[in-house]
Design a protein around this ligand. Structure first.
Ligand code: UT7
Length: 314
């Protein structure tokens, strides 16, 4: 067994669309400021759905697209920072909803870099022989942790989930999930926080912005190098969907004019750990990236944490 690859993807978003103008009814902001400074036009906000409901809905679609059944899955990993319940974890709830019997099941919390961390962990589990077919999910209900009177944060976030079925590759098959480059800047961990018993997201926006636009491009290039992929070969770049100015800043430094740059935040907002699988799932659903083509994923956020890898498009 040489490694792992993404077999299929799926995503789920709540039906309620909240526009910038809707938010301008709540706080002193306007559509032009949000579009110019962040790049978001609308976001989806959940109703009764829990993080586990959204995670299971995305996973169900990914599983349906994979050709496998629940009986084939032996590992479920959920990246989230907005699960309200301390136990059971979201992964166990997803497994119960999907009828997956006796899987390894755990959650990963590295906030917005969570999906890339979880995918790296699943790849390692498959390489080690601890799993053969896994589901890795990013799912968030940030609306429950948003102070809807704070214009510096309430304009940013959205809810949703994205999922990937990841399977072992054969010994003679090239791996489809490249080596993960992961790390953190714990001394600046307070720059993005969801603290306390009734917490709201708080962040030092400009600190994170400066870090993201200066420190991350070299790390993303490292992920390409470790996968043996030249940036000029990338078909797409799917970074965490925080701000179009951050995305453009990193993409410029990667020098990848040929690549599709995912900007799903325009219509989804920042969905933290869900943003990368959500954006990737939509690119694949719209057939914008050919099967087998290399795609660079790169997540960053609270912690401050980062993680990324090159994957082959399913
Ligand atoms: O996903 C987790 C990781 N997080 C991130 O990656 C976030 C990174 N940071 C950012 O994306 C940006 O820093 C923000 C979008 C959060 C903020 O944009 P900014 O360009 O850094 O704005 P700012 O905080 O420097 O504020 C600029 C001005 C201020 O007014 P003054 O002091 O210049 O008069 C703010 O009061 O914009 C004002 N402002 C707003 N105006 C209208 C702040 N929020 C708003 C708003 N509407 N919603």
């Amino acid at each position: 067994m040489s490694g792992s690859r993404i077999l299929s993807l799926g995503h789920y978003q709540p039906s309620r669309v909240v526009t910038n103008n809707d938010i301008a009814q709540l706080v002193d902001t306007n559509d032009e400021w949000i579009r110019d400074r962040v790049g978001i036009v609308s976001r989806r906000i959940a109703g009764d759905e829990t993080v586990a409901d959204m995670a299971a809905a995305a996973a169900d679609k990914a599983l349906a697209n994979s050709g496998l059944t629940a009986a084939d899955i032996d590992l479920v990993v959920v990246a989230t920072c907005t699960s309200v319940d301390r136990s059971p974890n979201v992964a166990c709830r997803v497994a119960a909803k999907l009828g997956i019997s006796a899987p390894g099941a755990f959650d990963v919390n590295t906030a917005c870099s969570g999906f890339a961390y979880a995918l790296g962990t699943v790849d390692h589990a498959i390489r080690a022989g601890a799993s053969r077919n896994a589901i890795v999910i990013g799912a968030e209900k940030l609306s429950e942790f948003t102070d809807w009177t704070d214009r510096s944060t309430c304009i940013i976030f959205g809810d949703g989930a994205g999922a990937a079925v990841v399977t072992a590759t054969a010994a003679d098959e090239a791996p489809g999930v490249g080596p993960v480059v992961w790390g953190s800047v714990p001394e600046r961990g307070d720059a993005v926080r969801i603290e306390g018993w009734r917490p709201y997201v708080a962040q030092e926006g400009q600190t994170v912005f400066r870090w993201a636009t200066t420190a991350l491009a070299p790390l993303a290039l490292q992920a390409c190098e470790r996968a043996g992929v030249d940036p000029s070969e990338l078909a797409a770049f799917v970074p965490h969907q925080a701000n179009t100015r951050i995305i453009d800043g990193i993409a410029k430094r990667l020098n990848i004019p040929q690549a599709i740059i995912a900007k799903d935040l325009v219509e989804s907002g920042n969905t933290s750990a869900a943003s990368i699988p959500l954006a990737l799932s939509k690119l694949v659903e719209r057939r914008e990236v050919p099967s087998g083509a290399p795609v660079l994923l790169f997540g960053f956020g609270g912690g401050l944490t980062y993680a990324g890898q090159v994957v082959r498009c399913p």
